[in-house]
Design a binder for this molecule. Structure first.
Ligand SMILES: *Cc1c(COP(=O)(O)O)cnc(C)c1O
Length: 414
């Protein structure tokens, strides 16, 4: 299948699991939790005889037809047809850069991260920076290093080759990379040999429509994926049927969405950086800093060599072969009030948490994550046009400044 282009594989990687004459073009939404089992083979002849005698007109089933089922589904926590299809298509996405990949899908991004940690059975977990929820559920025991690339909400890139060679000096250690903020075809994480597992919150870009909660762990080989699926059965972290179905729908277009969103994000980040530099007089004193890899790597890379937050330019560019960095950025404004106000002022974007949807989302991040400055707005760029966003943000930044001034004046008057 890898011989075909990515777009073709996103549409057809699951063909053998559902397409064919008289089959629906779109995967059916099956809500079944349990599946009719075939007759026990050793009793089949006796069962047929007894049925013929006692049930001359069978009402519900034909045992012969059922035994032709392509896969013996038993109970939907173990596996089900839509889940098999979504894993086939997500696996195909992850194989975009050529390395073998097997996707295992979970009920949420945190369920996927928990499953990856459970699989590694660590004694110690080493981590820093990133999605606040990931670090709330950790209790540890082998060593595991968990990093995000890019990190949430900063958009910084760890120096993965350096971290991988460092952690591999200790035997039995595992490197888990949360790649939620830039799935393929933007980022080629698994080219780095030392990365053991890649995790995604599929709620974000893979789902892409702000209407499903799912997660995924990407394994390098079939046997690790099989082990993860067995563990998932007992952890109980299987996604619901509707969510799996929605994710399968979303994956058909993921490559188009993420590249278009990333391109617009780079345009907006570049323009906001010029605002921060004072090159847009009208917006002087509104934006103070922009955090996005396009800004960091616009010249020649990061201004620090911290392996957790600053990959050198050559490493970063090799990881992002399309030259697009993903569509999440953080913007620091001149005041806390402006940062609280801005998400509620833009017209083409929602004041809401989460990221990766087709619509832009903005969030005053401090309300959920006290490790970030209270002047920071996290932004996930959707599929809107850049020129419209630029005009919208121009008005919204000026309006947010007015709100900050009004609040300051009211406070002074008190
Ligand atoms: C959202 C997010 C998660 C958690 O995913 P859920 O699907 O909300 O459980 C984990 N990591 C990152 C980087 C995220 O953005």
């Amino acid at each position: 299948m890898t011989a075909h282009g990515l777009a073709t594989r996103m549409l057809h990687a699951d063909a053998e699991l559902g397409l064919g004459t008289n089959q629906p073009v779109v995967a059916p939404l099956s809500v079944a939790t349990t599946y009719i089992q075939p007759d026990p083979a050793d009793l089949a002849a006796h069962l047929a005889e007894a049925r013929a005698k006692h049930f001359p007109q069978p009402a519900v089933r034909n045992a012969d037809e059922e035994s032709d089922a392509p896969k013996p589904y038993i109970y939907s926590r173990m596996s089900n047809p839509t889940l098999d299809r979504v894993e086939a298509v997500l696996g195909a996405l992850e194989q975009h850069f050529g390395d073998e990949a097997h996707a295992v899908v979970y009920a949420s991004g945190l369920a996927a991260m928990t499953a990856a940690l459970h699989h590694a059975q660590p004694r110690r977990i080493i981590t820093q920076l990133g999605y606040h929820g990931t670090f709330s559920g950790m209790g540890a025991d082998r060593d595991v290093l968990v990093v995000e690339s890019p990190s949430n909400p900063w958009g910084t890139l760890p120096n993965l080759p350096a971290l991988a060679s460092w952690i591999k000096q200790t035997e039995g250690t595992t490197l888990i990379v949360d790649a939620t903020l830039a799935p393929p075809p933007l980022q080629n994480i698994r080219q780095i040999a030392g990365v053991d597992l890649v995790v995604h919150s599929a709620t974000k870009f893979l789902g892409g429509h702000s209407d499903l909660l799912c997660g995924a762990v990407i394994a390098r080989d079939r046997s690790t994926a099989a082990t993860l699926r067995r563990e998932r059965t007992y952890l109980g972290a299987v996604p619901g049927n509707l969510e799996t179905w929605l994710l399968l729908r979303s994956l058909r277009t993921v490559h188009l969405r993420v590249t278009a969103q990333a391109k617009t994000a780079t345009q907006l980040a570049t323009w906001l950086q010029s605002v921060a530099n004072g090159d847009v007089p009208e917006l002087e004193g509104t934006v103070t800093k922009v955090h996005h890899a396009s800004v960091v790597y616009a010249d020649d890379g990061a201004d620090s060599d911290d392996p957790l937050t600053a990959a050198p330019s050559s490493v970063a560019r090799a990881l992002f072969p399309t030259g697009q960095w993903g569509s999440v950025m953080s913007v620091e404004l001149a005041s806390r009030v402006a940062a609280r106000a801005l998400p509620h002022l833009v017209a083409f974007g929602c004041a809401a948490t989460s990221l990766g949807g087709v619509e832009s989302l903005l969030e005053w991040r401090w309300q959920h994550d006290k490790t970030v400055p209270d002047t920071l707005v996290r932004v996930s760029i959707g599929l809107e046009e850049f020129e419209d966003l630029k005009a919208d943000w121009t008005r919204a930044l000026l309006a947010a400044k007015d709100v900050a001034e009004a609040v300051a004046a009211a406070t002074d008057a008190e």
